[in-house]
Design a binder for this molecule. Structure first.
Ligand code: HEM
Length: 416
């Protein structure tokens, strides 16, 4: 039985590519329903929107990740058979390893590394006529990511690895050359990091026992076996690549600082909690992930629909962050909205919803927030720069998206 709206037509993959981020939201509005059926990638799909839908989506008695993530995304963005595709005890065991790396102590050392790199980069920028922040922050973050995880990297190669990690992220919503660039980047980095894992195991590379590279290299699965070196490399890249991806948020954050000079001033003056609200608002307002996928594990009924085993279900992420039912005036950039925000795990989901430890919610959400806080503070309090006329708009059709000019700064100088 099903009483939910159904979009007619053979397949709507073309519309998904055309409409981009608001694909689900457009239909939620058209059907006036938080649940509807459509067809994408030549299969029946149920789309969910809203907090109640998110709660169901993260119920792992009802859903599984197995078979939910297309091969082309695994081959470019996240690596094949990695944590994102796992279920049940095996997932919880692997996730515990990831979350063991996110202690206050390790976030503190991340903070130090970020500050050091911001200082080094700003000194370099002072000598340059022009700086493209999106590209520079990729390299800055790549240096931080390698140092934080314990992956040694040659000075002459950092820029190339930063470009490869960026290419993998940039591939996720692409067909054609952008997708293939991501695949080639993944092949190269997996080969490099696999060798690092092998060398750590052999003692040829010495890293601290607590470093993420060491923890992953010597992690044992539920059968008490070390991970295959390629698998360990894929999981280590699952730290490195998304850390470089924070460059997207840094660039959007710089646009927000530029367009809201009062916010920049409040951050520089250290208004209590404002930096945190600003960072949350950047993660809400600017688009990154459009939706998430799950497959139905066991038949169940919910919201007027009988979900059948194996059906692909998509959860709207972008739309949830711009839903007027949840956010007043969602199309305004307004950090103070987070002053009164109660913090539901299912209504604010830029990096997934639910629980970090037991579910699939992003393992690096605290790392992202920390990196953004340091970066927004540094740009506001310690740097002055001119922002020449440029195109700071971004497309909602391209996934992922970024400001078209990539945020150009001129005359960067330290703030007195
Ligand atoms: C998972 C977004 C940064 C590591 C995810 C998910 C999203 C996401 C949407 C999937 C959530 C789900 O399936 O429910 C982002 C965004 C980031 C970011 C937008 C910032 C630009 C990071 C960082 C790290 C990280 C910095 C590591 C240091 C992971 C891992 C998973 C994950 C390991 C898999 C979790 C699992 O399957 O249990 N991320 N992420 N991410 N993220 Fe992030």
């Amino acid at each position: 039985m099903s009483t939910i709206p159904e979009e007619k037509g053979l397949d709507h993959s073309y519309h998904l590519l055309q409409e981009g981020f608001p694909f689900i939201q457009n239909r939620v509005e058209k059907f006036n329903s938080n649940i509807f059926k459509t067809r994408v990638m030549l299969q029946n799909v149920v789309c969910l929107h809203g907090e109640e839908g998110a709660k169901v989506f993260y119920d792992f008695d009802k859903f599984m990740r197995f078979g939910a993530i297309p091969g082309r995304i695994q081959k470019s963005l996240m690596g094949e058979n990695a944590i994102q595709t796992m279920d049940g005890d095996a997932h919880r065991h692997r996730k515990a390893m990831f979350m063991s790396l996110m202690t206050p102590h390790s976030l503190h050392s991340l903070n130090r590394l970020l500050l050091d790199q911001w200082q080094a980069f700003s000194q370099k920028w002072e000598q340059l006529e022009e700086v493209v922040l999106f590209e520079e922050s990729q390299e800055l973050l790549c240096r931080v990511a390698c140092a934080w995880t314990g992956v040694p990297v040659n000075e002459s190669e950092v820029r190339y690895w930063a470009q490869d990690f960026t290419a993998m992220v940039d591939a996720f919503g692409a067909v054609g050359p952008r997708h293939w660039r991501g695949r080639r980047a993944r092949r190269r980095t997996e080969k490099w990091v696999e060798q690092v894992v092998k060398d750590i195991r052999k003692g040829k590379i010495i890293v601290s026992n607590q470093s993420p590279a060491h923890v992953i290299a010597f992690h044992r699965d539920l059968e008490d076996e070390l991970l295959d070196p390629r698998m360990a490399a894929i999981e280590l890249i699952n730290l490195l690549r998304p850390m470089v991806a924070i460059a997207w948020y840094i660039t959007f954050g710089a646009v927000a600082l530029h367009e809201h000079p009062v916010a920049r001033q409040k951050i520089a003056e250290g208004e209590e909690n404002y930096l945190e609200w600003f960072v949350q608002e950047v993660r809400r307002y600017y688009p990154f992930g459009p939706f998430l996928g799950n497959r139905v594990k066991n038949d169940f009924s919910w919201g007027g629909h009988d979900f059948q085993k194996g059906t692909l279900v998509l959860l709207d992420m972008y739309g949830a962050l711009h839903d007027p039912q949840i956010w007043e005036h969602p199309d305004q950039f307004y950090p103070y909205r987070f002053r009164d925000w109660k913090g539901s795990a299912y209504d604010f989901i830029p990096q997934g919803g639910g629980d970090h430890f037991t579910g699939h919610r992003c393992a690096g959400e605290w790392v992202t927030i920390e990196a953004m806080k340091v970066s927004m503070l540094y740009l506001s309090k310690y740097l002055e720069y001119d922002v020449p006329p440029q195109d700071l708009s971004f497309s909602l059709h391209r996934m992922p998206t970024y400001p078209k000019s990539k945020f150009i700064m001129r005359q960067v100088r330290g703030r007195q």
